[in-house]
Every structure is written in C-alpha cells, then in structure tokens.
Design a protein around this ligand. Sequence first.
Ligand code: F6R
Length: 609
Amino acid sequence: MCGIVGYIGNKSAAPFLLDGLTKLEYRGYDSAGIAVFDAHDVFIEKSVGRLDALKEKLKGVTLDGVIGIGHTRWATHGRPSDQNAHPHTDCNGEFVVVHNGIIENFMPLKEALIAKGHHFTSETDTEVVAHLIEEFYEGDFAAAVRAVLKKIEGSYSLVFMSEKHPDTLICAKQDNPLVVGLGDGENFIASDIPAIISRTRRTYILNDGEIAIVKKDSVEITDREGKPVDKKIFHVSWNAEAAEKGGYEHFMLKEINEQPKAVRDTMSKRVAKDGSRITLDELNWSKEFLDGIDKVYIVACGTAYHAGLVGKFYIEKLARILVEVDLASEFRYRDPIVDEKTLVIVISQSGETSDTLAALKEAKRRGARTLAVTNVVGSSIAREADQVVHTWAGPEIAVASTKAYTTQLILMFMLALYMAQLRSTVSDERARELIGLLKKIPAQISETLSDVEPIKTFARRYGFNEDVFYIGRSLDYDVALEGALKLKEISYIHAEAYASGELKHGTLALIVEGVPVIALATQKSVYEKTISNIKEVKARDAVVIGIAADGDEEIGKFVDHVMFVPDTDELLIPLLAVVPLQLLAYYAAITRGCDVDKPRNLAKSVTVE
Ligand code: F6R
C-alpha cells in the first residue's frame, strides 16, 4: 500500500529518499514525507498530495543529514492530510517512524497511551507505534522496538529512527514487504526493490517476524526475541521496470497475485476473534436503523457494478432486504424511486468515477441514506457519502480491475452478513459456518493461483477466436459477466455473458461448431439446470470449458476441459471462480500481443461523463 525508504551512510540522505520515493509512488500517492537527522536535530517535512508537493516544499532547503527515512502514503486510517502523512513521532520528537500496513489494535493502544498522558497529533494507526517506543525505551533501541512489536497486532513494515541513536535505523516486517539494500559504507531500506535498484543489487529480503538493525557498515538481523538470524544475500537480477512490477511482467498479473493479501487485509479487523460475528465498526448500525430501510439500491459502473450484482444476491439472501442494482450512468437519469427509507450503496474502486459520484449526489438529493464502498480514502465519493467502508486492496494500477473486484465482493459479503446478524435473519450457527469459510478464502485464492499452466494452454488455443461466450446461472452468471468484461477489455475478443437459462431465447443461434463457451458450474443449488444448458451448447458443437468446484466428478462428462477451483459455500465461490477468468483474459491478451496494462480507448478512472 504505502512506500517506505531509509538511508544510512556517508552521503546526504535526502536525495536517495526522494529518488526512492519517486520509484515507489505507484504504491501510494496521497501524501508523502521525509525525516532526516543531521548532527543535532531531526528535520521532518511532509505534504498532502503527490510527491511533487513535498519536493516543492523542500526547494531551497539544505539537508546534509546522512541518516533518514521517507514514506509515500496510501491512506488507510485517517484521511490524506499533512498531519496524517508519515513520518510520525512520539511526544518529544525523539523517535520517528514510517509504516506500511494496518495496526489492528491501535484504538485500545491509543486510548491507553492517551490515559498515560501521550499527546497525539494525527488520526493514523501508525502514531501509536511512535508513542509506544517512547513508553518502552530504557536506553536500548532494539529492545524497545522488540517490546513495541509484542504489543501491536496486524500487518506492518516499519522503520524506526531515533535522535538518541544517530548511527542506527531499525526496521521490522510482518505481512508487508521490506528489503535492506547493502552498499559500501552505506545501507538502504525500502518496502520494494525499485527504490534501491539504482544503488545496489545486493539485498536482504526480510521475512515475517524479522528485525534488521541497520548501521552504515553493518546489518544485523534478529527474530522478535533478539536471536540472530542467519540471512543469505539475495542478488537482484531484475531491471528497474520489472522491479516496479514486483518481478511480474505486468501490473495486472501482479495485482491478480496480490488478491490473497488484498482480501485478507479487507477482512482484517472486521471479523470477531471468536469467529461469531462480522464487526463493521465504521458503520455502527443497529437493528432499528435497518428496520427503517425498505430497499437498498446498489449503484456503480463496470467491474464495480458486477460486484454490486453479487452484493444484491448476498444482501437479499442473507439480510432479506430487497435490493435493486443499477448502472450509475442509468440511475442518475432514471428518476429513481428513492427516498429516506432507501439505502443507496455506491461501489467505486477509485472513488472518482463521475457517473457514480453524480448518482450518489442524486440519491442524497432525494433524501436517501448513502454508503460508499471504495478503495481510496479521502476520494470524492468517500467524502460525499454519509458513511464509508473501505476495501484495503492497495493502489490498483492496471486498467483492468482485478483485486478491487475481489475485495469489493468480500466487503459486500461481510456487509450482508453484518446486516443479517443485526436483523437476525441468519442463525448463529450459519453465521459461524460462513465466517469460518470466509477466513479460508485468501488461502484458497492462493491455491487457485498456484497452477496457471492449463490456463495458459487454453489461452494459446482459443486466444485467436473472434467470439467467446460465458454462461452461468445465479452467482455464476454474475461472475460470467465479469469474466467476459475482462476478456473484452484487454484482449479485444468479442466476449458475451449470458444467463444460461436465457440461451434458448435467442443467443443459442450464435453457438456453432468450435465456438468457445466458458460454462461456470459452481452453484450447487442450480447445478442440474446448468448441466442441461451445457448439454444444449455441446449439442451445437461448441467447445466448452467448465469452471467447477473441486470434487465435482460429474462435470468432466459434459465439457471438453475443466478448470477446478477449491470448494467452499456457493455464496463465497465467486471469489475463487473469477480468478481463472482473470488469468484467462490476461494470457489471451498476451497471446494476441495486446498492451495488457493500458488497453486501447480505456482509462483507469473515468472522471468525465
Ligand atoms: C474494468 C474496470 C472498470 C471500472 C469502472 C468503475 O476492469 O476497471 O469497469 O470498474 O470504470 O471504476 P471505479 O470502481 O473506480 O468507480
């Protein structure tokens, strides 16, 4: 999500920090800051906005300090602002910290620290880390860091600097990337390799639970107990462009592979520890609030609209409230039946799509209660809506949305279950069962991503067809729509999704010998019907590729090829079924030589009507 850099050596730190942050700006760009320690003081400068705004503030400032840290932010806790930008300090400005990740238990820690007299200046989760180290410090910097790490829960890569120890930087990692670059008489720290690749290719890639004590001539790595870890040097062979994509050929592939983490982050802190409830603390709804709502409208565009279709299914199935789903560009001109008893949920990765924003304003004008589901803290849509729940997917760079979709799905699922628990429309037993399965989804996505060879083969075999059809029933149909959109937008193959039951009302006329049909068959409640639709297209000599759940021994009898995904409840399986479809679109685009990350005629964020 955020980008982190650190420098310690004989040269001025600031040029490396700014250069490194420039290379990392793709990770986050709502604010940035640096801290540099010269002989006497820590100098800190931060600025909301892109890195250029920080560079502008630093114009004319001479910074000679040879130790420093920097950060480019993608807001999670606390909107983008100068105050919330990193680095953060303790009460006396003696300890300085930058952080990437989410400190899940920051609220109780913050309350306890305030009760002890600590003074906070930001809304971030990170600032508790700076105050905690102030609390624990007794002369040993590394021991204080270890004590802090024992207190915090969640994910982090952290870098600490202290004016009491002007020869040391300490960094620590849990569930977020962190790398130490080894130089001669100087060492570097970064969240990602692109930041350091122009300075060194000799690195230590830190593992979870490891702490690095970095001086200009040495790097000592320990575990959280302070026990030394024997680490091998990793020589980076990637070029700068590949490094930015984490070694993947395209941002889209990188983002597809980031889905387990993105989904895990989006779930984090929102499931009660005992697995009994969904806890969307940011909403704080009650049964009375929901009783005052007679209809939900979900409004969005493109992939986010497809996530909305799945969201409708979830809310109706679990919370038993009527849901309409509409395209934002239609809703705003429809004279929609919306009043103060309507809850309008807008979904938008960027939070800036102009049709979605206009639809939200229209809904508000008509008196609806509004909720935004967005990936960007402080975006226009986040600011306009009455309430916001964020997906924690991190910046999505590729035009074709992937990790945003799966995080939107997981959030809509949690929202629906949250509403259902408030309304008592699911039993405690069913809720526990679903939450148990929900927690397994990140690992199951990883499993789905582990074997791409068959998908590459299909892409090579069918990547030059002019038309591809996607069919499915129930939630499989919603996923089919997303699969077809992915294929269209990046491979330029004409792809259409149909509800299987609709085939014989027209589309079947297009099914002729050799036409590829991707048939989703993951929904157990409509499985028999789906099979009979597959037989219909097979009878017209289509080439059928089935998407089915592990353990399905029937499907192979009716289709030409099968891609299996791990089995789970049919409500959750869209999160897994979409993954092979994303990969199929990706590899089809590669087969056809298309520009995957920047498809023709499309922009990442559609801020014009
Ligand atoms: C497709 C895609 C678009 C977006 C749509 C809405 O891969 O990315 O269809 O989903 O433009 O964008 P947001 O979610 O930013 O409102």
